[in-house]
Design a binder for this molecule. Structure first.
Ligand code: PLP
Length: 389
């Protein structure tokens, strides 16, 4: 019999990964308290969380969650279209639409579902999806699922994006980009991309998982910071599990877009609605994120402080203006060794390795949050300098 045995192949792949220092390891957090996590009985200062505003443990969110659980119980019990939609879902969608300056919004269970559902609902095999090379995996997989022509352009390079669009002028097109790149921390050239899309009759889609809550005058994200309206950036996706500290995601845009998603987005239609207590917590998070502006101010100060201290210690951080502050180490084994030394010194900063990042560009992905203090980031910079020897 010539048929390969599936789990023999899996075992070979795992052995290969181990030889290349690429095995992923699950760690269990025993407790989370402020900026600290306890792992394996040790308290570590956490620089790996996307809870940028420090809302995941906020009292207002906990209270909204428990109130909604008393009212609704826990689960939504069905898809939104089949009786799972509560007034909580409608209210959150309205609040998100208001905040982002869009006509409407639609909730999805998470960012993966939002990206897969949206692109596959709008594009088919006659169409083209033009994407930044460093886009999140869910956007790339979404184009594969849509079975459209996926064309990738050089990172943040508007001319390269233009060449890709100009190579297919007779196909409906979405140009999709992360607003803030998840492993590099830089911001997409959104104004130029919007101008390009206008000129090329393409539709701009922004995945603002890491900009939402963090950037823009009242935290409405990278698209608001770039002052792009619904006409400029017609498809906006953002998650509720990062700066908002909860879980879930939404797509915002015109009524035409949202109606199309309700009809065609399979990850929306065939998925149980987000549990009402989480929806209520997300709505409470919006008020905190929008109006407690000190959290964003503090992040801005921390980012500047960390970057200046890092520069003084000759740590070559990537040029990022956001809370994601990557330090490229290079080889995977070297990145793992630095992360292990940092853990010994009391810091949790996991190494990010290929294929999450390109070969030879393994890195520490340091994330700052409003829960950190200036002395926390100073101590981290010292520890990294020491670990790098
Ligand atoms: C840029 C980006 N888009 C989408 C997602 C997926 O979002 P979720 O975690 O809600 O599935 C992530 C990461 O989680 C992300 O970093």
């Amino acid at each position: 019999m010539a048929r390969p045995l599936l789990f023999d192949r899996v075992a070979e792949q795992q052995a290969e990964r181990a030889r290349a220092s690429l095995v992923r390891r699950l760690r269990t957090v025993d407790a989370a308290h402020g900026a600290y996590v306890t792992i394996g009985g040790r308290q570590l200062l956490n620089f790996a969380s996307n809870d940028y505003l420090g809302l995941s443990q906020h009292a207002a969110l906990r209270e909204a969650l428990t109130d909604a659980a008393s009212r609704w119980g826990v689960g939504a019990t069905a898809a939104q279209l089949l009786g799972g939609r509560r007034d909580e879902h409608a209210a959150l969608e309205e609040a998100l639409a208001r905040w982002t300056g869009r006509e409407r919004a639609l909730l999805f269970s998470d960012g993966w579902a939002a990206n897969l559902g949206t692109i596959a609902a709008l594009l088919d095999r006659k169409d083209v999806c033009v994407q930044d090379k460093l886009n999140h995996a869910s956007l790339l997989d979404a184009a594969r699922l849509a079975d459209c022509d996926l064309k990738r352009y050089r990172h943040a390079d508007v001319d390269s994006a233009r060449r890709q669009l100009e190579s297919v002028t007779d196909a409906a097109a979405i140009l999709a980009t992360d607003g803030v790149f998840s492993m590099d921390g830089d911001i997409a050239p959104l104004r130029d991309l919007a101008a390009l899309c206008r000129e090329q009759h393409a539709t701009l889609m922004v995945d603002d998982a890491h900009g939402f809550g963090v950037l823009g005058p009242d935290g409405a994200g990278s698209v608001a910071e770039a002052a792009l309206t619904q006409d400029d950036a017609p498809i906006l996706m953002a998650t509720l599990g990062k700066a908002l500290g909860v879980a879930g995601a939404f797509v915002a845009g015109s009524a035409t877009l949202i109606d199309a998603l309700v009809q065609n987005a399979r990850t929306f239609i065939y998925a149980t609605a987000i549990p009402p207590p989480l929806v209520a917590a997300a709505r409470a998070a919006i008020d905190v994120a929008r109006f407690e502006t000190w959290r964003r101010d503090r992040l801005v100060r921390l980012i500047a402080h960390f970057r200046s201290i890092a520069a003084a210690r000759r740590l070559a951080l990537l040029p990022s203006p956001t809370p994601i502050q990557p330090l490229v180490i290079g080889a995977s084994d070297a990145a793992l060794a630095v992360a292990a030394k940092l853990e010994d010194a009391g810091f949790y900063v996991p190494a990010i390795r290929p294929p999450t990042v390109p070969d030879g560009k393994a890195r520490l992905r340091i994330t700052l949050t409003a829960l950190h203090s200036e002395s926390d980031v100073e101590r981290l910079a010292d520890a990294i300098a020491e670990a790098l020897g």
